[in-house]
Write a protein of this length. Structure first.
Length: 119
């Protein structure tokens, strides 16, 4: 039980680090709150809501992994290096792909409901 509590403590420490040290993470959290608000305001169905939640969790997880890769690269090789740049760019590209896919999901779910609401 003690090791489980310790694991959760480490995980929450990581989240706290992300909130206070990573600007992009804060942006993702704000967008997540907006998406959840849209879910309630536009009365999406349960499946649509779960899809939005999975997209949010995936984007946030990708951003956490990206930050971990960046910090590890900086620790292992503090000076600028071509291969380190490639590694960091690849990790950032993964976040971009997940964010773009999630944006498309948001458009597919929210735009028809917004059109119905206003037109």
């Amino acid at each position: 039980m003690k090791s489980l509590l310790k694991s959760f403590t480490h995980a929450f420490n990581g989240l706290r680090q992300m909130v206070f040290a990573e600007r992009n993470f804060t942006i993702h959290i704000i967008v997540a709150f907006v998406a959840v608000a849209f879910c309630f305001l536009l009365q999406v169905n349960d499946i649509e809501f779960l899809i939005v939640v999975v997209c949010i969790a995936t984007v946030i997880s990708a951003e956490i992994f990206n930050s971990a890769v960046e910090k590890l690269c900086d620790f292992v090789h503090p000076e600028e290096h071509g291969q380190i740049k490639v590694i960091k760019d690849l990790a950032a590209a993964a976040v971009l792909m997940v964010a773009l896919a999630s944006f498309i999901v948001g458009v597919v779910i929210f735009v028809p409901k917004l059109v119905d609401l206003f037109f």
